[in-house]
Ligand binder design. Sequence first.
Ligand SMILES: NC(=O)c1ccc[n+]([C@@H]2O[C@H](COP(=O)([O-])OP(=O)(O)OC[C@H]3O[C@@H](n4cnc5c(N)ncnc54)[C@H](OP(=O)(O)O)[C@@H]3O)[C@@H](O)[C@H]2O)c1
Length: 278
Amino acid sequence: MASEHAHGTEFRDKYGPWALVTGAAQGIGSAYAEALAQRGLKLILVDKQDELLRQVAEELRQRYGVDTRAVTVDLAAPNFIATVCQHTEDVAVGLLICNAALGTVGPFLDEPLEDLQLAIAINCTAPALLARVFGKHMADRGRGGIIFMASGTAYYGNPFVASYAATKAYNLILGESLWYELRDCGVDVLAFIPGPTNTPGLRKGRPGLKEGVEVGMIKLPSRAAEAALQALGHAPTAARDLRMTLQIALTTRILPRRKVIARFGSRLAMLRRTPRPK
Ligand SMILES: NC(=O)c1ccc[n+]([C@@H]2O[C@H](COP(=O)([O-])OP(=O)(O)OC[C@H]3O[C@@H](n4cnc5c(N)ncnc54)[C@H](OP(=O)(O)O)[C@@H]3O)[C@@H](O)[C@H]2O)c1
């Protein structure tokens, strides 16, 4: 218990006093928020799910006694960064977690043009602008941390989630690059691969999956959040667990790239043919 407390204090000194988490109303984002509240950080929680977001902010405030702010904003809106800055101008954000994302599944040629644009705005433009703004403040203060949410799909072509996978590659590369660029300024950067996680986002594509359970490789959001916070400051990239790390090593270093792409392509094509329960 004592060492847990010390660990929390050390974390807060390095990455506090405020953390900003996007997509914090549910899924891995709300798990991050809880793990950070446990460490005593104050929270700026950003999402477009207004009611849910306020609930999470209020619950964490009551349970852990930390200040919380709910900032309801659409990260795809052209002026979102101004809104976020307005709500944070009086506080020092020492940790930024770029977590919100839009995932789309299906043949690329069937994707609505609007969805393609939205996914790039939410998954790429928003993390880049947030990291630029808050990374600069952190560098000026000489300390801080930024986590980008990548994915196993970021490492190779993923047919039928082509655009989503490409946006995750953007986060992987941006995170790894900034890990090097910002380390001399005292800012730790991590690109994180959570692995399949039982969140509302994942359940949209798996209607049979119940909330709050682990099935095979699909784990609870708290595992991903905790693993990322523990890895921050130790490496440019990390995955949730050894199995994910080995899977990435196998698919990127051992198997021929064309085989990996084809294997994932046929798997996703099969999933898409499975009729959804009514
Ligand atoms: N779950 C997995 O298996 C998995 C695997 C690999 C990587 N990841 C990555 O992990 C991160 C979190 O995933 P998750 O599964 O926890 O997501 P999730 O369950 O879909 O939750 C994401 C939250 O972000 C919000 N959000 C989405 N677009 C937004 C926008 N434009 N403005 C403000 N808020 C927005 C969502 O609101 P709405 O519900 O209204 O959209 C939702 O509350 C993502 O970056 C994802 O790519 C997840």
